[in-house]
Design a protein around this ligand. Structure first.
Ligand SMILES: Cc1cc2nc3c(=O)[nH]c(=O)nc-3n(C[C@H](O)[C@H](O)[C@H](O)COP(=O)(O)O)c2cc1C
Length: 250
């Protein structure tokens, strides 16, 4: 096993108040961008855009954060506005993460573009780790505000996803619970004829789209009880075993 997996498993988000050190160097910023660019990106549409906010402009961004807070709550008091400003100033370095989407692309649906953005962000976080930096992505309501959209001159098809705070952790990274690998990774098995007929008949009775019911419960009836977490729409008993049908999540 090379060093990549243990490093990846050690990643934890570290919030800006637990980060110290200088702003990132040009070299560090380019390494992060290079790592982000190495993420899978169907059609090479480049939906991920990164914008570093230099230390000298953090004060100006703080004013935009205050405007965003006012937009969310026109009655916000001075303390709330100062808290909003402080959020723009916390952490040694700050990078805005944008998703520049291409709606109605003939080949690459917008969901895949979002996945590419997430993959690029994760590569950035892992590259930061390899450079000895810790980080935390933070969004909050402000990322949808007109104040920030205008400040970043965003066209309608571009979303401000989050700000990533980066720096050097002042204390040990906190442990976080992780999903059990065996729950996350499951094994597919083909639909058995009888099971498929059973599920199709039940779908018909419940007036469900059989294709959707099958795609969710495309497992043997015994396994259908713990399939993909859609909403439960019906059960029936078959040879003493409960068959549970779920509506495929939207
Ligand atoms: C795009 C994005 C936005 C996030 N925004 C916030 C946020 O606004 N506030 C917050 O507490 N955590 C936010 N998180 C979650 C944290 O960054 C972090 O992932 C979470 O605390 C779990 O820590 P971990 O990364 O060590 O698992 C965001 C994560 C992502 C990917």
């Amino acid at each position: 096993m090379n060093a990549l997996l243990p490093a990846l498993l050690s990643r934890r988000s570290v919030g800006p108040r637990h980060l110290t050190g200088p702003d990132l160097t040009e070299g560090e910023l380019l390494s992060l961008a290079e790592a982000a660019a190495a993420a899978p990106d169907h059609g090479m549409l480049g939906p991920l855009q990164l914008i570093h906010i230099p230390a000298r402009h953090r004060g100006a961004l703080a004013e935009v954060f205050a405007q965003a807070a006012l937009e969310a709550d026109p009655m916000a008091d001075a303390a709330a506005l100062q808290a909003a400003r402080d959020r723009a100033m916390a952490g040694p370095a700050l990078i805005a993460v944008l998703a520049r989407l291409t709606p109605d692309h003939p080949v690459v649906p917008v969901e895949e573009q979002w996945v590419a953005v997430g993959a690029g962000l994760q590569n950035l976080l892992l590259a930061a780790l390899s450079l000895g930096l810790d980080a935390k992505p933070l969004s909050g309501r402000r990322v949808k505000s007109q104040a920030l959209r205008q400040a970043f001159r965003l066209p309608d098809t571009t979303h401000l996803v989050a700000f990533v705070a980066l720096g050097r952790a002042v204390d040990d990274r906190r442990e976080r619970p992780r999903r059990k690998p065996g729950d996350l990774m499951q094994s597919w098995s083909p639909v058995k004829e009888a099971s498929a007929r059973n599920i199709a008949a039940l779908a018909d009775k419940l007036k469900l789209d059989p294709a959707k019911a099958l795609s969710c419960c495309g497992a043997a009836p015994a396994a259908a009880t713990d399939c993909c977490g859609g909403s439960k729409v019906g059960t029936r008993h078959r040879k003493g075993r409960k068959l549970l049908l779920r509506r495929h999540p939207a």
